[in-house]
Design a protein around this ligand. Structure first.
Ligand SMILES: [Zn+2]
Length: 120
């Protein structure tokens, strides 16, 4: 395998794919990069899923119907079926088993939530 394969250098033309493909790629690369984390608290077994975005870490509901980011908030105020790329990434990661599981003690739960949602 050569690093200078001329075929791989030809990326200048845009493929006329569906408009969602860029978002799907982004979700997949986020999931693959280990930026989707499941924080599991023992012994209760409750868990919090977060997705690390650009500098921010966002809380995604385990049912994946809620995310703490602004994009989701604005989508929600517009009604319909809100989603964002954190939720897509969390879904991809959980489907493909790429979510990173971090185990904590139950005593750390309150501090963890407080750190995640500083306004509370
Ligand atoms: Zn989000």
């Amino acid at each position: 395998m050569s690093a200078h394969d001329p075929a791989s250098a030809v990326t200048g033309t845009k493929a006329p794919g569906p408009p969602d493909s860029a978002a799907a790629d982004r979700a997949l690369s986020t999931a693959s990069a280990g930026r989707v984390k499941v924080h599991r608290f023992e012994p209760s077994g409750r868990s919090i899923t977060t997705v690390v975005g650009r500098g921010d870490e966002h809380w995604v509901d385990p049912g994946m119907r809620f995310c703490s980011c602004r994009a989701f908030y604005f989508a929600m105020t517009r009604g319909g079926n809100p989603s964002c790329y954190h939720i897509k990434s969390a879904r991809v990661a959980s489907d493909s088993g790429k979510a990173e599981v971090v185990v904590f003690a139950d005593e750390e739960f309150d501090d963890f939530v407080r750190g995640l949602v500083p306004e509370l």
